[in-house]
Design a binder for this molecule. Structure first.
Ligand SMILES: Nc1ncnc2c1ncn2[C@@H]1O[C@H](COP(=O)(O)OP(=O)(O)OP(=O)(O)O)[C@@H](O)[C@H]1O
Length: 556
């Protein structure tokens, strides 16, 4: 006993002195069952003011970021303000669950002020403190984002339509008049794009490259003058008729415009950002300005599923070239078989030209692609599979991912949801943080969209809607066709390719949520209704149920 005590005392003394004199951090036993790899430890130990942690889905980016945060909490002797933030709410809820499992965190939490929240809520907090009481907190989920967008669409459509039938429009020189296709949701998209990228002066707008906006409907330089006037009118309209209402894209802009008014005590010594690819340029720029000492970001461009225009980190004040960008290469989440299927999806962006199935720690069964004919048959199939899984692994976590536009739509319309509910305790994104508890008597199933499941993981995943209508989303393609005036319209192909690419990212995110096995299911009057994305996949990488895969899949 006394020998152990002496040994422990010595060890503790050694640790204390090491801590005092150098970058000592014991990364063992921080979280149950996790031993970081040397490559992950190197990233945790690397001290930088700014840094980017890159890697494929499941390579431990979030985990490494959390370890870096715990390291700061342990090594900083003075109380610090620390922020861990991301774009959507479920991810923050998940990170908190993970953090709370760490005993070291429980010991350290009283030492510093740690905020873990979405970008929007953090921005709202600061804005309220400096006098913007109109800033609102919100749960960032696909459903809430959609409903905010719909509100803006209604307002901008009313504005542009009444303008187009007004004498003022009539009096414009022909080249500045708008086209009919500008009367729909175009103004909403354009205004949100301008705000997200901080292009809000007339000069900047007239000069900028409208990158990331697609080419349909067309907008000439002369027409931009008209659009800018409408933007100004829209802003005045929000002020006048909606009590200074803020669009979500205004939060970052306001922070930047008032950065001098934000007291140092509200800024953060350390900021950690997970899933940085989800943030818009101005949001990241605001975080750069709010970080007093250090800003560490982690992400994966293959998982960029929100619309975002390309930007350079450098232009936003983030200098992460060379050794300050670190890549994690080993996959710890999914089996080799799951990553092989995900990795076969072909993207057009060069930055996504990366193999994700080279280094893995587990193997498992091949993914299944199942054609079920009718929805009734599909429900029976999924429910049967889940019941089997529940028998053999009662504590397995299970998710069903749909491709509806939002959870509320899905709940209202989707027969899969109602049938799952008849058999299981089904949790949707709004209840994930509070109610998804595998220790409860009624084991939950998570039923959600690809946006809300971002950053999370489950033992078994069912990706439904693997058909032509949903991957790629038919509504998006029809909208493009209308805006381009047909499929042969100008630049239709480039815009279509962009949509397909975005939709593939959703599929990549969904497949890579699975740890042990993934199912892709679809329905339709015949098996040919399968998503064209199956053509990217190798025959040897999946089991085909109910259809002849040979006519689609690639041979290795
Ligand atoms: N060294 C490790 N030992 C054991 N498990 C690990 C290790 N590194 C990561 N994991 C586990 O692998 C899974 C994926 O990790 P994490 O969520 O951090 O990946 P990620 O790169 O952030 O993924 P995504 O991009 O999909 O969000 C988690 O369950 C994590 O606990």
């Amino acid at each position: 006993m006394s020998v152990i005590n002496t040994h422990e005392k010595r060890l503790s003394f050694a640790k204390k002195s090491a801590r005092a004199w150098q970058n000592y951090f014991d990364a063992r036993n921080l979280l149950p069952g996790i031993n970081l790899s040397p490559e992950q430890i190197a990233v945790v130990m690397q001290e930088e003011d700014q840094m980017l942690i890159n890697g494929s889905a499941g390579s431990g980016k979030s985990l490494t970021l959390l370890y870096k945060l715990l390291k700061v909490m342990e090594q900083e002797n003075e109380p610090r303000r620390i922020l861990y933030c991301s774009f959507n709410t479920t991810l923050i809820e998940d990170a908190k669950k993970r953090r709370d499992q760490s005993e070291r965190y429980q010991e350290l939490k009283g030492k510093h002020t740690l905020h873990m929240n979405t970008f929007h809520n953090i921005a709202a907090d600061i804005l309220k403190e400096i006098g913007f009481q109109n800033a609102e907190y919100m749960r960032v989920s696909l459903a809430n984002l959609k409903s905010k967008e719909e509100q803006i669409t209604r307002r901008t459509m009313a504005l542009v339509r009444s303008f187009m039938s007004s004498p003022a429009h009539e009096a414009l020189p022909t080249e500045q008049k708008l086209y009919k296709t500008h009367a729909d949701s175009f103004l909403k998209d354009e205004i949100l794009w301008m705000k997200a990228n901080g292009i809000i002066t007339e000069e900047a707008y007239l000069e900028c490259e409208r990158s990331g906006r697609g080419s349909n409907p067309r907008l000439t330089k002369e027409q931009r003058k008209t659009i800018f006037a409408l933007y100004q009118e829209y802003q005045a309209f929000l002020k006048r008729d909606f009590h200074n209402h803020l669009d979500l894209e205004d939060y970052a802009l306001l922070l930047l415009a008032h950065i001098e008014d934000i007291p140092e005590s509200l800024k953060y010594d350390y900021i950690f950002v997970d899933e940085v690819q989800d943030l818009q340029a101005m949001q990241l720029k605001a975080l750069v300005k709010l970080a007093k000492k250090s800003l560490i970001v982690s992400g994966d461009p293959k998982q960029r599923i929100y619309k975002r225009s390309p930007f350079s980190y450098r232009a936003l004040g983030l200098f992460i070239e060379g050794r300050k960008t670190r890549n994690l290469n080993v996959n710890y989440r999914s089996t080799k078989q799951i990553m092989k299927l995900a990795s076969s999806i072909q993207f057009m962006d060069e930055e996504n030209d990366r193999r994700d199935d080279v280094q893995y720690v587990r193997e498992g069964e091949k993914p299944i692609i199942a054609y079920c004919g009718t929805t009734v048959k599909q429900n029976k199939y999924i429910i049967g599979q889940i019941e089997l899984l529940r028998k053999t692994e009662p504590n397995a976590s299970i998710a069903v991912i749909h491709r509806h536009d939002s959870d509320s739509d899905a709940v209202r319309r989707c027969p899969v949801y109602s049938e799952l509910q008849r058999h299981f305790h089904v949790i949707t994104a709004n209840d994930y943080g509070r109610h998804f508890d595998l220790n409860s008597v009624r084991k939950p199933i998570f039923y959600t969209d690809a946006y809300s499941i971002k950053g999370l993981e489950f033992d078994y995943v069912f990706v439904i809607h693997f058909d032509r209508q949903h991957y790629p989303n038919e509504k998006r393609l029809q909208e493009l066709e209308r805006l381009a005036g047909g499929r042969t319209g100008s630049n239709y192909e480039a815009d279509e390719e962009q949509i397909r690419n975005d939709e593939k990212k959703l599929l990549y995110v969904s497949i890579t949520r699975a740890k042990k096995r993934v199912w892709l299911t679809y329905t339709g009057e015949d098996f040919k209704k399968i998503s064209p994305f199956v053509r990217d996949m190798y025959l040897s990488d999946f089991e085909a149920h109910g259809f002849n895969a040979k006519i689609y899949g690639k041979k290795e």
